[in-house]
Design a protein around this ligand. Sequence first.
Ligand SMILES: C[S@@+](CC[C@H](N)C(=O)[O-])C[C@H]1O[C@@H](n2cnc3c(N)ncnc32)[C@H](O)[C@@H]1O
Length: 237
Amino acid sequence: MMAVTSYLRSLERSRLARARVDRPAVFTMCGREWDLLPDVFAPIYSPSTGAALEFLGLGEPHGLPRAGSFLEIGCGTGIIAVSAALAGCDRVVATDVNPAAVANAAANAARHGVGDRLTATHSDLFDQLDQRERFDVIFWSSNYVAAPAGYEYKNAHERAYVDPGYRTHRRFLAEAPSRLTAGGVILLHFSTRGDMAGLLRGAEENGQSLRVLRTAVIQEGDVSVEHMLIEVAGVSM
Ligand SMILES: C[S@@+](CC[C@H](N)C(=O)[O-])C[C@H]1O[C@@H](n2cnc3c(N)ncnc32)[C@H](O)[C@@H]1O
């Protein structure tokens, strides 16, 4: 059996989720309906979105009241970013490197009436964001499975699952601090499918520390996976 950390296993999960004939155009989660476009990471075929919503306290229709600004890197369908806006964040930016995900997040923001507070932007991490914009919370539910550095994505959907050479994780760690408000927090949803040693090395390169804030053990098919919400701390700019 392939290890839980195997990138081949994750690519197979991507292939199956993308190609399912019963993949719906609309799904229900947290008591609400959400558009699901082709080629976008489907929260219904992986427990990570549900775990992230719980970690952030956004899992209930009337979650914790919030305020301030929220940047979601890798928004997928936009369910987390839209839930943050519905929970009270007054400015939400949802980015994804997959253009279909950006369209999906915009559709779900309109569906739930928060299009005035949520901007969906096509961006590779922070590249297309206004350099002057700062956020109180930066959150990424990452493609935490490490693939070999030379692996080339076969389609945009695979970007939700694996990170070749952990390049995107290292860039995220290096670039996120400069986008924070004073007192802002960087949060990463990670799991034991991920390369924790690689993440720690990346954090050390930037003089950062990682603090696990929440954990949840979830049975995923034949394996038990620990999901965690990690705060990246240590560099203020
Ligand atoms: C595990 S999925 C999470 C999607 C969504 N947040 C959710 O929880 O349902 C990871 C997301 O990160 C996006 N992603 C991967 N690399 C990225 C990058 N360099 N810049 C922006 N988004 C990226 C993927 O396209 C994917 O939508």
